[in-house]
Write a protein that binds this ligand. Structure first.
Ligand SMILES: [Fe+2]
Ligand SMILES: [Fe+2]
Length: 188
């Protein structure tokens, strides 16, 4: 593994490292099935949560340092910035490619017009076997059959979960679901 990546990875808690390993494993499977470049899939998995354990203040400071636009959702939930910040880190370290940085950038709130690699990362992050929710195994199976179908289903599941906890999904996520054909979602 790349030395920079390895150092960042080893600073994370065991809990986070194990999640990342499961995401990498799933990304490798999805890449094989759907014909994605295996290096990109691997690095997207390894890199996606490198900034996940920064504090709210640290995430906001990093976002400001890199000139990331901080909208009201990010301001309220700075944890959402861990994708964009990790993407800038990898870019600065010249680890990965544009495709990898884009996938990492969008893995927290999804978006419209994502590449198959970015969809795969969003799905793998949400349905890796360490997650515990009723539809998990079915969504993992859906991902082996179709990234587009699984992306729509994971978006739907994520938004249902957020609203059940009284949290409003980011507009990017709402637009992503509409764009993916799942335009039946409404605020509960
Ligand atoms: Fe994440
Ligand atoms: Fe993750």
């Amino acid at each position: 593994m790349n030395r920079w990546l390895e150092e960042k990875f080893h600073r994370l808690t065991r809990h986070r490292q194990e999640h990342i390993l499961r995401v990498v494993d799933l990304m490798e499977k999805l890449a094989k099935i759907h014909g994605l470049p295996s290096d990109d899939a691997y690095l997207a998995g390894w890199g996606h949560d490198l900034a996940r354990e920064l504090s709210r203040a640290e995430l906001l400071a990093e976002a400001e340092r890199y000139g990331i636009a901080i909208d009201e959702w990010f301001r309220k939930e700075p944890v959402l910035l861990h994708g964009p910040v990790a993407a800038r880190w990898l870019n600065q370290a010249q680890v990965g490619s544009l495709a990898v940085w884009e996938a990492i950038e969008h893995h927290t709130i999804a978006g419209v017009g994502l590449s198959p690699l970015a969809k795969a990362l969003f799905i793998a992050d949400g349905v890796e076997p360490g997650r515990h929710f009723a539809a998990r195994a079915a969504l993992e199976q859906a991902a082996y059959a179709s990234l587009d179908d699984a992306y729509r289903k994971v978006l739907d599941e994520t938004m249902t979960y957020l609203t059940s906890r009284g949290l409003e999904p980011h507009p990017n996520m709402i637009n992503a679901l509409k764009d993916s054909g799942g335009n039946t979602w409404t605020k509960h």
